[in-house]
Design a protein around this ligand. Sequence first.
Ligand code: WT7
Length: 650
Amino acid sequence: MEKVPVFDPTPRIKERARINSMDQYWQMVKEAESDYEGFWDKLAKEKINWREPYTKVLDESEAPFYKWFVGGKLNVTEQCIDRHLETKKNKAAIIWEGEPGDKRVITYLELYYEVNRFANLLKSKFGIKKGDRVVIYMPMIPEAAFAMLACARIGAIHSVVFGGFSAEALRDRIQDAQAKLVITADGAYRRGKPYMLKPVVDVALAKDCESVEAVLVVRRNNEEIKWHDHRDYDYNELIKDMPARCEPEIMDSEDPLFLLYTSGSTGKPKGVQHSQAGYILWAQLTMEWVFDIKDTDTYWCTADVGWITGHTYIVYGPLAAGATTMMYEGVPVYPDAGRWWRMIEEYRVNQFYTAPTAIRLLHKLGADEPDKYDLSSLYILGTVGEPINPDAWMWYFEKVGRGQCPIVDTWWQTETGGHMISPLPGATPIKPGSATFPLPGIFAEIIDTDGNKKEPNEKGYLCITKPWPSMIRTIWGDPDRFVKSYFGTCKKDGKPVYFSGDGAIYDEEGYIWITGRMDDVINVSGHRLGTAEIEAAIGHHPRVAECAVVGKPHEVKGESVFAFVVLKDDEGVADEMELIKEINEVITKDIGPLAKCDEIAFVPGLPKTRSGKIMRRILRSIAKGEEIKQDTSTLEDPSVVEKIIQIVQG
Ligand code: WT7
């Protein structure tokens, strides 16, 4: 590996950090190694407000269906709200800013009332009970967080669907979860204009969603929407009459807390199922360790609640830690590329957590914008979602952090619930582009399929070789797929271990460098997309015979979608632009605009092995404009490769 600069934690950060030396880090790692259950037992006892104590820390009897803190009882909303009321009822829990500039500050006491009223509404008006599924399709407004917490209050399982997903994608998720209620909003604001969500729900529910009994609509932009009598309900009216107290449902540690759908390499999105105690424990702990959250801090994560980052690091983690968490409705470049920096100045943000794609965009559109603002409140910067390139890293570090703020490059996944590999800001010497080391208690290792640890500079499978509290429990309704997807690739000491889907490399000093997905998943602007899903969508265009989709490196998005399409007819593609537009419309309809192709090549055939398997590696090389190194002589029709190269590279 190339030599890269190393940045030690500055005295400014060491002074305030809970964990402020590598010695302390290694000490914690060793504790976890020597007594794994004891390590977690101590933390769970210290951090969680249990209603009833658990009787067993970890139950491995049905591995890989691991159970944590077995027999314990709690309600995560007590952990996130009630327990803070004694000491911080008037502290801001959520600070929200709308894109047009409107503001709301919700104190912990207000949050308590909002969530309790919402919970009472779910129970009394819609008969939602423990275990029922509620789909939340919302913009970035405080009511999205209230809705999640209201579900948790009464033991309902929420499934938040990102507001950028199409009606078809929403319907798939509603059907899979068999949701009883959909919570949505009329719409919100984006790029200075209203955009609508409720009409998307209407389309989704127009077909095959019998499980849904009602739709609850929050008013945000007050644009005109259609009301369906006996199905749609006005949140803003109904909430007024709700009592402000709702006894929490007492939940078992292992009861499901939420589902969150994410893409895999094959088939439909999977409903990743998380449970109560282990999840909330790790959400809170990582806020303390990785963001070093303190009572006086203002913390801002720019994610959307529709992704796991929004779940763990806007809602559950910060609130469990008793922090002030910011929420912003709109895009980073409205009205200009200084919007976020202006907000950091105005709210004196101390921790700022965002995605490499956003950093690259803001760097490109406003390299000097950060200079215009006072960003001296910042202590810690964070990134998540994809590897960050050194250019973007250095700009973030120097311009936004003024060389004073460690960057925590956090590697994790929907399935891991919270951070797995990350620097500790007061301890870890950081290298631009490396997520550095596993957090204490997390056994992330780069191995081969038999569990042998890889030597430095050798790519291997990024696995987590011991169960951890916030791990995925199963795929909703598909336990076999859970076992196969995550525990079917690698073993250690003969036992199946969790494989993340990512490849990674150790450098000479043991730093971990993520190389990206090893499966057919692509990462566009930090959004995880399955090539199989996009291919299925493209296949819905009547002229398409077959297709293959690959990721191609992109300056801002990280990866962009490149499709190779074989048409049924041989009428040629005189109307190429029109056809590309139509194909992208099908993708937008089936999945959402985030999955649109940047490039589509119409080709006479796809490179396939004699057994019919598409050689995506060859297509990836062609898309990148690389020389083909693979042996093509064993292909069913080797000449097709030349033809495709001709078409793509001219
Ligand atoms: C995939 C998980 C975790 C919340 C956001 C994405 C990639 C994530 C990093 C990082 C390099 C990263 C991986 C992973 N990824 N963080 N710091 N460096 N790659 O969650 O949608 O479940 O996607 O995102 O490829 O497998 P997700």
